[in-house]
Design a protein around this ligand. Structure first.
Ligand SMILES: NC(=O)c1ccc[n+]([C@@H]2O[C@H](COP(=O)([O-])OP(=O)(O)OC[C@H]3O[C@@H](n4cnc5c(N)ncnc54)[C@H](OP(=O)(O)O)[C@@H]3O)[C@@H](O)[C@H]2O)c1
Length: 511
């Protein structure tokens, strides 16, 4: 991991500011609090907490695994640092924690899948505890999961509790917040529920659908995270946090179908194997199998607040489940999804070398281009609409078929879609791609995250050529394996059809 740390000088857009000020936090800014470290800053919750702390005036260091300058645009004035808590070399993590007053611990390794995440999460907590102690951090704030420790918990919920216990073993006092499902535009659990209700007319209800849950709105989670920071009496204590009401999973689906005005039939079924359900859920929703498996295993447990001490320190009324989903739906309709579960990197991200980081250029490539009179900005705008709900234009079925094969093999497929249909930023996903580089009116570079016997990129370029614009596409492919080479040659005939047509469509759709 390279040591990259820098300060961002950008400022928030007026739209972002309006969103951030919408939080109406129940506590106030405390000037005595020193620099704050937010780990998991590239994740769903960390990505929302960083701007909130910045807007309140705190000095924030955002910790990500793959630092790059684009984070500067997202988090104005934040210091950005790269460290991996599982790194055997403790130095980058210790550097990230140096001079820190309070550190938020917002990490998990669920993406590694059911076999690996538990051990990884414990190791991560040990490494973090030791480094925080060495750097004399004053306080840690951890967001974990709800669940009654006396019962037989799923490995995911148990792991969240084990992480809390591990962090507490050190000298640094830990504030623990424990939440059930978090509801907000872009949250994995909410996207699962929404896709199921939208796609299935008949919803099978296994026994565990009657289990109880206390979902909480993302807005309230951020309020509590900032609130405990600003109320020093919460130091070293643990709190259950939840929304206004306790519901069964079945009721949650019913409320959502009511809000969406969709008539759905709920049928009780005797089969309750969460693994099988998780596999089908991963095929029906954008959330990949390793994540659905870990999350759905937790459905076997009731996840409700067992105490309400937090109300003593942060007395505000949390949103109801219905209010939270209406808010999430509104955000989606407004195309203002601030962070999404897919923002976190997929497993083996450290192997995801960027195109410019390769020692040699990839051995295989396909190039196609067209010339046009259209302006660079209109071409770029049109180009930035590929994927997601609109798909890949004329040959969309071929992309979808490739996505389906990927899903069946346990990959991410094309159903991850996009965070926003109007705007893109570096690191956003577009179906089975992730944006590696985005240069306005010039270049869009996508890195493949589908299952492949090699590494692939799609590079769109807009250049000036003898007074005209050239719109080009290069497919780069890097492999040394025979299987990889066979794959490349098998795809080659399709590339020529798909890519040429794609460029023509992008050109035709630009105004
Ligand atoms: N979302 C929910 O519904 C929910 C509910 C209850 C509790 N929580 C808790 O909230 C916390 C944050 O969850 P989230 O939903 O924001 O998760 P998320 O979106 O999946 O993000 C996870 C974050 O952890 C980072 N990470 C993973 N392994 C790491 C490592 N080895 N070193 C450094 N960073 C690493 C990821 O970085 P990369 O981008 O590099 O992968 C990412 O930023 C977790 O403790 C979770 O248990 C979440």
């Amino acid at each position: 991991m390279t040591d990259k740390s820098f300060h961002s000088r950008a400022s928030f857009s007026s739209q972002d500011l309006a969103y951030l000020k919408d939080f109406d936090l129940p506590s106030s800014f405390d000037s005595k609090i020193g620099k704050i470290l937010v780990t998991g800053a590239s994740g769903y919750i960390g990505g929302r907490l960083v701007p909130q702390l910045l807007v309140r005036g705190y000095h924030v260091r955002a910790m990500v695994r793959g630092a790059s300058p684009e984070y500067g645009g997202l988090w104005p004035q934040a210091e950005i640092v790269a460290a991996d808590v599982l790194d055997t070399n403790p130095e980058p993590l210790e550097k990230a924690l140096a001079g820190i007053d309070t550190a938020y611990y917002l990490l998990h390794s669920l993406n590694l899948g059911p076999k690996e995440f538990q051990a990884a999460d414990i190791q991560a907590a040990i490494n973090f505890r030791k480094a925080a102690e060495k750097q004399k951090v004053r306080r840690i704030i951890y967001l974990g999961g709800l669940g009654d420790i006396r019962g037989s918990l799923s490995s995911h919920l148990r792991s969240r509790i084990e992480v809390a216990e591990e962090l507490k073993k050190g000298k640094v006092p830990v504030t623990i917040l424990r939440a059930a499902i978090i509801i907000g535009a872009g949250s994995a659990s909410y996207e699962i529920v929404q896709h199921l209700v939208r796609k299935l007319y008949i919803l099978p209800m296994p026994r565990w659908a009657k289990n109880k849950c206390q979902p909480i709105a993302i807005l309230d989670v951020i309020r509590y995270l900032v609130g405990v920071l600003e109320v020093p009496e919460t130091t070293g204590k643990h709190f259950d946090i939840g929304g206004k009401e306790v519901l069964t999973y079945e009721k949650m689906l019913m409320v959502l179908s009511g809000v969406l005005n969709l008539k759905r039939v709920f049928v009780s079924v005797p089969f309750s194997g969460t693994r099988v359900y998780a596999y089908f859920v991963s095929l029906l929703t954008p959330v990949p199998a390793p994540l659905t498996q870990c999350l759905m295993e937790g459905l076997k447990n009731d996840v409700v607040c067992l105490e309400h001490h937090i109300k003593k320190y942060l007395p505000f009324e949390a949103m109801s489940y219905k209010e939270a989903i209406v808010r999430a739906l509104t955000r989606e309709d407004q195309d203002r999804v601030y962070t999404r579960w897919s923002d976190a990197y997929p497993p083996a991200h450290e192997l995801a070398l960027k195109l410019h980081e390769l020692k040699n250029r990839p051995a295989y490539s396909t190039f196609c281009s067209l010339q046009t009179q259209k302006s660079a900005s209109s071409l770029f705008k049109s180009l930035c609409h590929v994927g997601g709900k609109k798909g890949w234009f004329q040959n969309n079925w071929m992309w979808r078929l490739r996505g389906l094969v990927d899903r069946l093999l346990g990959g991410v497929g094309t159903s991850r879609g996009r965070r926003s249909h109007a705007s893109l930023k570096i690191n956003d996903v577009i179906d089975f791609w992730r944006i590696e580089d985005l240069q306005e009116d010039k270049r869009l570079l996508l890195r493949a995250e589908m299952m492949l016997p090699g590494r692939a990129w799609l590079e769109f370029g807009i250049t000036e050529l003898q007074g005209k614009r050239q719109l080009s596409l290069v497919a780069h492919y890097d492999t040394k394996r025979l299987r990889g080479k066979l794959y490349w040659y098998a795809c080659l005939p399709f590339h020529h059809i798909i890519f040429k047509k794609l460029l023509m469509d992008i050109e035709a759709r630009s105004l």
